[in-house]
Design a protein around this ligand. Structure first.
Ligand SMILES: Nc1ncnc2c1ncn2[C@@H]1O[C@H](COP(=O)(O)OP(=O)(O)O)[C@@H](O)[C@H]1O
Ligand SMILES: [Mg+2]
Length: 228
């Protein structure tokens, strides 16, 4: 009986292995690494946050009606809940990004904020790779999100165009054009520093400049081999 159960367990593991779901040994691909971190973030961050919330709730119950202590604890609990929500979002991002890898342009449209009355267009040339790895997709998405938020907020742009293309030197090019006021000074904040770092992490380059016609042009170039 016990032997049969063990055998069943092993055959299921073998099934999982052949489906590429479980790998023995250290992660060898981006995908495996992402799943590893999804599990780590769940076990080592999300779970402890839940314990924190429970402890705060116990404290609140013990000190009910003692102001301002009770109110402050409620605010604290709310803050921890927000962090937990963002943490869950990260786990989903790490685990469930097949759509982002396969149809990056469509995923961009879905994930980019567009305030009412403003226009955002995403165009992908036929040369843009049909599939890019999850790590690259994730970092490119964050770069474009930051560029778009900057364009709406700082540039007061009315329209943004995001273009995905492949250059002659086989570098993937992501361009974000806005029709706003352009970069007024050259001071970079943490947003642009982070965008450049993400581009460098992917083995590429980042530039942001004011367009001749006004507005801002953000451009990221990544050797296409790094997207595979
Ligand atoms: N699309 C844009 N249009 C106009 N100004 C911009 C744009 N993007 C960035 N900037 C300017 O560059 C500065 C730095 O941007 P960023 O590094 O994202 O930091 P933050 O958004 O935190 O200020 C902004 O404060 C703004 O002055
Ligand atoms: Mg910013």
């Amino acid at each position: 009986m016990g032997g049969k159960l063990v055998a069943l367990g092993i055959s299921e593991l073998v099934d999982d292995l052949s489906n590429g779901m479980v790998a023995l040994g250290p992660p060898s691909s981006t995908e495996e690494l992402q799943l590893h971190f999804a599990r780590e973030v769940h076990d080592e961050v999300a779970q402890p946050l839940i314990n924190l919330i429970l402890q705060i709730r116990a404290l609140r119950a013990a000190h009910q009606g003692e102001e301002p202590f009770g109110g402050e604890l409620a605010v604290l609990e709310d803050s921890v809940r927000q962090v937990l929500r963002r943490t869950r979002g990260m786990i989903v991002d790490l685990r469930d990004r097949a759509d982002m890898r396969l149809r990056f342009a469509e995923a961009l449209v879905r994930e980019l904020p567009t305030p009412a009355g403003r226009n955002l267009r995403v165009q992908a040339s036929s040369r843009w790779p049909a599939e890019i790895n999850g790590w690259a997709a994730f970092n490119l998405l964050r770069i474009v999100q930051q560029a778009v938020v900057n364009a709406w907020r700082h540039g007061q742009a009315r329209a943004i165009e995001v273009m995905l293309d492949l250059g002659l030197a086989d570098d993937a090019i992501v361009v974000v054009l806005d029709d706003g006021i352009g970069l007024q000074d050259s001071t970079r904040g943490f947003g642009m520093i982070g965008m450049e770092e993400r581009a460098v992490i992917l083995g590429g380059t980042f530039t942001a400049q004011t367009r001749g016609t006004g507005g801002t042009r953000v451009e990221v170039r990544i050797p296409v081999a790094h997207l595979a």
